[in-house]
Structures are given as structure tokens and as C-alpha cells.
Design a protein around this ligand. Structure first.
Ligand code: ZN
Ligand code: ZN
Length: 579
């Protein structure tokens, strides 16, 4: 302890309290403990207010209806999108806050009062909500005072267990019924998409126990000299099971004295549907720009090359354009902004660039790519200072917001008629469904849903006409051209159709959103390509999903190629890539 803290204090200097020397017991100043309790109480009170407001926003919306053609829909879904935008959280979190708030208001007045008094935190209130909201009002009310008693003394995990026991005692019949109903709530989620990502499953108890057993059995197929930790073996076993492999290859070091008693052959793995986008120079080992793993996010260059070498690949020719200039934001200012925050490069080189797909090559089977050059010879651009300023695409968004504030004309759609500047409709522009190639280009450009804050991957999105398509008179409606199409997940597509969030497409594929309550937001296409040398930084967790560019060529020149390597086993075809 003393060694560790002394080592740390070298780095942090005066940030630490002075060293008190050896003593019998550690002591903490009582005033610090009192203050942390008081601050927590204030935080809980504010949180109770936040939850009540989320419920009030939902409540006000649900009593309004929207008529779309012949359908009447309530505006309840819209509430979550506004709350999510205001809080910077996901729609799921916003929904939960509103649900908790309504539940407290309608069913649990004593818990609500304790929350408002600052006695309970959100974690415990959520545990109470989660464990009681499927019970009848009558059962919840009978249990409330007991639950509150427990909640004042326990943290959220043990509290949930305690409440389950209480409910079983108070309402045994309902509990038995519920067990059957809860079986319908099983699900698997893909979360925390950083260097490590989480796949999480809510299963019925017996299923979960059986799966856990299978993972442990698979992990035990290596010999006992395998160098991995138990956690690492379990993770490898989990992945091997999903790939329908028979065993986990042992990774011990074998020699004459220590023969391996397990199987060691690494099975041939071909993930069928993952798509990695990687810059051509990076693929060739000449530079180190991050790649993009569809449905996940940015990955470092070395990992991208590793995945690409093992897959099919397809060349996509893209046109690069300087986004700041296209958007009418002062290019120098945006560049200045970029270099002032450490992106350097000078002139337009520091401003974000969009890459608009122009054409595609045939798909080819992966081959061996050049080894990465020795690190000294890499073109990594200027060294940037680590830490400090934010350098992602939101730098440009901030510049745009400021520009629009002083000149609202910048927020007008570049093609308000949705015709993309064409006077005659090009081929396919009057049919509702975009061609496979066009859809592919739009998905490649957008990468995710284009509603602010949404990260549903483009592959799971619908392709939406920004200016609506008119089925009865296609020539007069929005056309099916790339400048009038973007990706929206089903949920945000529905809100757009309701007319509660309306997008306008600006130059360069930027979207300007306005909600019916007047909230505005700008989103950029996901293919705004980045540069910054990430190798010197601790990569995640703060990589912006969209990247800021430093383009070494003139950004106006349409000569940048990127390769899409699909880690798949499809034959040499001209099929659209699976993103
Ligand atoms: Zn072994
Ligand atoms: Zn969305």
C-alpha cells in the first residue's frame, strides 16, 4: 500500500494529501464523510426531479395524437427522442426514466417521497421499479413499506434479491404466474462497443445454468499448461461455441518434457457477415489510419489489416470533398479550429473530408497483404499532442452550429426539391426502391442511423427519402438519388414519418434536424474519414465514432480509393458488399 501510493504520488504531485507516516490504523477526516453524504443527498434530489420531468414529458406527449394519412398515432415515442437529445442518452435510457417516473407517481408514493427527499439513489429506485412493476398495484402497495425499509439499508444488488423474496412471500400466486410471463423477456444484447465489447444474454434460469456449464466444459478442453487466465479461456470458449467448434485449441508451449495433452489445431474461421472498411494505403501498410468494423465502430489499423487479410475484399472508389467548404462554413476557421486543437497539417488539410462512393470493383478472395512497414518509415502525419482537446467530427459540428446561428440560410437544404440538382431524373430516380448499388453507397456513406445520437448500424437501417417520395407522382416528389437518401433505424424512421423530427440534407451529406418542439441537431455522414495518429494514444474509450480528417491530397480531387474487405467466404462476384 505505502509503496504503491508513493509511486503514484510522483506522477500526481500535489494532488494527494501529504504522507502521514506509519500508524496503527488509517483514519479519515469525518467532515469528508459527512460532505460526501450530503452531496449524494443533493444528487438524489436532483435525480428525482429529472425522473419526474422525464415522466411529465412522456405524459404530455402521450395525450397528443398525430394523424399520418389514415393512421392516428400517439406521440409517446417522440418524448423519448427529445429527452434523449436533452440528456445525451439513448432512447432506451430516456424510456426507462419516464417509466420509472410514471411508476413512482402512480404506484409507489412512499418510494417517490423518499427519492425526492434524497434518501434513495437512482440505482435503488430502479431496482425497486424493476422488481415490482410486473406485480399488480395491490401487491406493490402491500409491499411498499417493507421495500422502503430495506432500500434505506441495502445497495441495489442485494436489495433486488430481498424484494424478490418479499414479493414471493406477499404475493406467491402472482410470483408463480410472473415466472411464466418473464420467460418472454429473454434477450441478447450487444453493448459497450470499445476495444472489448459485451454480448449479454437474459435467459431463463435453467438455460443460463446450462449455457454456463457448456462454456466451462469448452474452456476445460485445453491442457493445464495453457497460459491464459480462466477469464480468457472462458471468453475464448464462448466464441468457439458460437462458431460451432468442437474444442478450444490449446496455446501452451510444447516441448519434449512437456507434451500437450489437448488438441492444438486452430480451426479455419471465416466470419460470414462482418465488413471492415480500410483505407488503401493503410491496407498496404504505408499508413496507419483506423479502419471501420461495421456494426461496431473504429478499430486500429493493425487489427483492420489482420481482419482484411483473412477475408474477401472489394475496391470502392470514392470522391473526397472538403466538408467545411461544401457546407459553407469558413474553411479556414474550421481548419484553424482543427489545428488549434492539435490536428495541424495546415490549410485545408486539417478539415474533415467526406468520401462519397463512386463505384465498386469485383469482389476478390483475400490474399496476403504487405507486412506493415517498420514504424519509422510510416506516414503518420504530424505528431499530435496526446490528451486535452477533443478532435472528432463534433469540432466541425460546433463550427457549423455557430455558422448557422449567425447565418440561418446555411441550414437550408441544398436541394429542397429532393432532386439532387438534376433537371431530368437520372436512371432509377423515379422508382421508390434504390438499386442495390445505390443503397450500398448510401449505407457506406452513413455507416449508422442518421438521427442524432443513434448508432444503429447502417446494415440494420431502412433507406429513407429525405424529401418524401410521392408514389402517385414520383417526378414531383423527392427522387431516389444519393443526395436525397439517408439511413434511419426503424424507430427514427417512424418519428420522421410522424413529422416530429424533420431532416434537411445540406451539402456533403450533412443532415440538419429540427423537431416539432424546435430542438435542432446536425449529424455528419459516418464516412467522414479520420486521420490523427492513434498509435501514440490509449485508443479507446474516447475515439469519436466519426473521424476528423487530415487528407494529404487536395480534398477536392476525386482520387481516393478505399478497400472494403469483407471477412467472408463469398465467391468472386459483383454482389453488393453486405453492409
Ligand atoms: Zn497444451
Ligand atoms: Zn436511429
Amino acid at each position: 500500500m505505502s509503496v504503491g501510493s508513493q509511486v503514484m504520488s510522483v506522477g500526481y504531485g500535489r494532488a494527494f494529501a501529504s504522507y502521514a507516516g506509519p500508524q496503527k490504523k488509517p483514519v479519515i477526516d469525518g467532515s469528508l464523510l459527512r460532505e460526501i453524504s450530503e452531496v449524494a443527498c443533493l444528487e438524489n434530489q436532483a435525480c428525482a426531479r429529472k425522473v419526474a420531468l422525464a415522466a411529465a414529458i412522456w405524459d404530455s406527449c402521450v395525450h397528443q395524437t398525430v394523424q399520418i394519412g389514415e393512421h392516428i398515432m400517439d406521440a409517446g415515442n417522440y418524448a423519448a427522442s427529445e429527452t434523449a437529445k436533452a440528456l445525451g442518452c439513448s432512447k432506451t435510457v430516456a424510456d426507462t426514466l419516464a417509466d420509472v417516473g410514471m411508476d413512482l407517481r402512480l404506484r409507489l408514493p412512499a418510494v417517490k417521497a423518499a427519492f425526492e427527499a434524497g434518501e434513495l439513489d437512482l440505482a435503488r429506485v430502479r431496482a425497486i421499479y424493476r422488481t415490482t412493476n410486473c406485480y399488480s398495484l395491490e401487491a406493490a402497495q402491500r409491499a411498499e413499506s417493507e421495500i422502503l425499509h430495506a432500500a434505506r439499508r441495502m445497495s441495489s444488488g442485494p436489495l433486488a434479491t430481498e424484494i424478490a423474496a418479499t414479493m414471493q412471500r406477499i404475493a406467491p400466486d402472482e410470483t408463480a404466474e410472473l415466472r411464466k410471463k418473464l420467460a418472454s423477456l429473454t434477450r441478447v444484447r450487444y453493448r459497450h462497443k470499445d476495444v472489448l465489447a459485451t454480448i449479454e444474454a437474459d435467459l431463463e434460469a435453467a438455460d443460463a445454468a446450462a449455457c454456463w456449464q457448456l462454456i466451462n466444459e469448452m474452456a476445460a478442453t485445453v491442457c493445464n499448461r495453457d497460459p491464459r487466465t480462466r477469464n480468457q479461456r472462458l471468453a475464448a470458449a464462448y466464441s468457439a461455441l458460437l462458431r460451432r467448434e468442437e474444442y478450444l485449441p490449446c496455446s501452451c508451449t510444447e516441448d519434449e518434457d512437456h507434451p500437450c495433452s489437448a488438441k492444438r489445431e486452430v480451426p479455419d474461421r471465416r466470419a460470414p457477415l462482418t465488413t471492415v472498411t480500410i483505407d488503401l494505403t493503410t491496407l498496404a501498410g504505408l499508413s496507419d489510419l483506423p479502419g471501420y468494423l461495421a456494426g461496431h465502430g473504429l478499430i486500429d489499423a493493425e487489427y483492420a489489416r489482420e481482419l482484411a487479410a483473412n477475408g474477401d475484399w472489394q475496391l470502392i472508389l470514392t470522391e473526397a470533398s472538403n466538408l467545411a467548404a461544401k457546407l459553407g462554413v469558413d474553411g479556414d476557421k474550421a481548419a484553424g479550429l482543427a489545428s488549434s486543437v492539435g490536428l495541424g497539417g495546415g490549410g485545408a488539410a486539417g478539415t474533415p473530408v467526406t468520401f462519397h462512393p463512386l463505384g465498386r470493383g469485383l469482389r476478390r478472395r483475400g490474399s496476403s497483404f504487405p507486412e506493415r512497414a517498420a514504424s519509422g518509415s510510416l506516414d503518420r502525419g504530424p505528431k499530435v499532442p496526446v490528451g486535452g482537446c477533443y478532435r472528432g467530427s463534433y469540432t466541425l459540428i460546433a463550427a457549423m452550429e455557430a455558422a448557422i446561428a449567425s447565418n440561418p440560410a446555411l441550414a437550408e437544404a441544398v436541394h429542397p426539391d429532393g432532386h439532387g440538382g438534376f433537371t431530368e431524373p437520372p436512371a432509377g430516380a423515379l422508382s421508390y426502391r434504390p438499386s442495390a448499388a445505390l443503397a450500398d453507397c448510401v449505407r457506406h456513406r452513413d455507416r449508422t442511423c442518421r438521427h442524432p445520437g443513434c448508432d444503429v448500424p447502417a446494415a440494420s437501417c431502412e433507406i429513407d427519402h429525405v424529401v418524401p417520395y410521392r408514389h402517385r407522382d414520383p417526378a414531383r416528389g423527392g427522387w431516389t438519388v444519393s443526395t436525397n437518401l439517408h439511413c434511419l433505424c426503424r424507430y427514427h424512421h417512424m418519428l420522421k414519418t410522424m413529422g416530429v423530427w424533420i431532416p434537411r440534407m445540406l451539402a456533403g451529406g450533412a443532415d440538419y434536424w429540427v423537431s416539432s418542439s424546435g430542438t435542432t441537431a446536425i449529424t455528419l455522414p459516418g464516412s467522414v474519414v479520420g486521420t490523427a495518429d492513434l498509435s501514440g494514444e490509449s485508443l479507446i474509450p474516447h475515439i469519436p465514432r466519426k473521424r476528423l480528417a487530415k487528407c494529404s491530397t487536395d480534398p477536392a480531387e476525386p482520387a481516393v480509393a478505399s478497400a472494403t474487405a469483407a471477412a467472408g467466404s463469398a465467391a468472386d462476384t459483383a454482389d453488393p458488399a453486405p453492409f
